[in-house]
Design a protein around this ligand. Structure first.
Ligand code: FAD
Length: 310
């Protein structure tokens, strides 16, 4: 058995998801990491430093810049023969590439894996995270996406070999046009240790600044409910939940958030939850480890004031 992990990377840096995926599959066999893109020497070096990696395989081409499924899946499919498991993180790229790859290989993909029980036994959430399904696959080869936030990161301290892999004419299948990015220096939601989330009750984009201010104080990522995003108080990529991002911080501070099932689906990995809410009966208040019952416009400034005094 051998495992091929597709590296997740952006702006020339390896994403924190990849060491977590490597840790997740550590028991399945020797691990090769595949890095696809352009200007990715640093990414390959970072991947080679992950403990447990046997070798790093690299293909560089301008056509791989956009990391589209059309460009990446054929390269993975060509390499598939040497591996029993082909895996990647269940992020934006993985969600696009792996179903495409599975179709090419005529395999059933197992997506959003949160636990690996054996070479062909995997657990994944279903019904918006309200139940965990154990999948037993009778296929010889497995295509998996892994919820990186469910696993801790593999250690660093390795010097795996870095080797080029051949690839076909990528430009013929995909052309990278442009990427539109939101700028910011806050931590990544999916891997942040602390997340401060705001709900629609902040009342305005201006009101959301209170959430951002507390997050900045704590070095935390900022999250939002869909209601807050739909109201235009927070950008789309801050949405946490079933149709947003999945988070697994050590601490989640939920400000004025009721705790609808679709929101809870995204925060099940949070280790400690603090809820600030006027309603002591709100589902998230009942779920929280610590609840502060009160008006967010009083409680949050008081909290920031206390922090300022530290
Ligand atoms: P509300 O439910 O309106 O709750 C507001 C809370 O703020 C209440 O608990 C209230 O007591 C409290 N409050 C009010 N005023 C104050 C105050 N001054 N101080 C303190 N507390 C106060 N939602 C998501 O979040 N993520 C998703 O991914 C998502 N996906 C969805 C997918 C589908 C298909 C559907 C149908 C819905 C989805 N939703 C999602 C929406 C979800 O159902 C809820 O509508 C949403 O999460 C509610 O957001 P909220 O908690 O901000 O608002």
């Amino acid at each position: 058995m051998a495992v091929l992990v597709l590296a997740d990377h952006d702006l020339g840096r390896l994403s924190p998801a990849t060491p977590r995926v490597v840790h997740a599959v550590a028991e399945l066999g020797p691990i090769d990491v595949l890095v696809l893109g352009e200007g990715i020497d640093e990414v390959a070096a970072e991947a080679a430093a992950i403990a447990g990696v046997r070798r790093v395989r690299v293909a560089q081409d301008a056509g791989l810049l956009g990391q589209s499924a059309e460009a990446l899946a054929p390269i993975l499919a060509d390499l598939a023969e040497g591996y029993t498991h082909i895996v990647g993180s269940a992020g934006a790229v993985g969600r696009d590439v792996f179903p495409h790859l599975a179709a090419r290989l005529d395999l059933m993909p197992v997506t959003d894996v949160v636990a690996i029980l054996g070479p062909n036994r995997f657990q994944r959430p279903i019904y918006a995270g309200n139940a965990i399904e154990t999948v037993v696959s009778n296929q010889d080869k497995h295509v998996l996406t892994i919820r990186a936030s469910a696993f801790r990161a593999a250690a660093r301290g390795n010097e795996a070999a870095i080797e080029p892999v051949p690839h076909g004419d990528v430009a013929a299948v995909a052309k990278f046009v442009a990427a539109h990015r939101t700028e910011g220096d806050v931590p990544d939601l999916a891997t942040a240790q602390i997340v401060v989330g705001g709900g629609v009750s902040v009342g305005s984009a201006e009101g959301f600044k209170l959430v951002e201010q507390l997050a900045a104080w704590l070095g935390a990522a900022v999250g939002a409910t869909r209601a807050a995003v739909d109201a235009g108080y927070a950008p789309n990529d801050w949405q946490v939940g079933q149709t947003g991002k999945i988070i697994a911080p050590d601490l989640y501070i939920a400000i004025g958030i009721s705790g609808a099932l679709q929101h809870l689906a995204g925060i099940q990995g949070a280790k400690k939850i603090v809820a600030i809410n006027t309603d002591a009966e709100a589902p998230l208040v009942k779920l929280a480890d610590v609840a502060l019952i009160g008006d967010l416009f009083t409680v949050v400034p008081a909290l920031i004031g206390e922090l300022d005094r530290l």
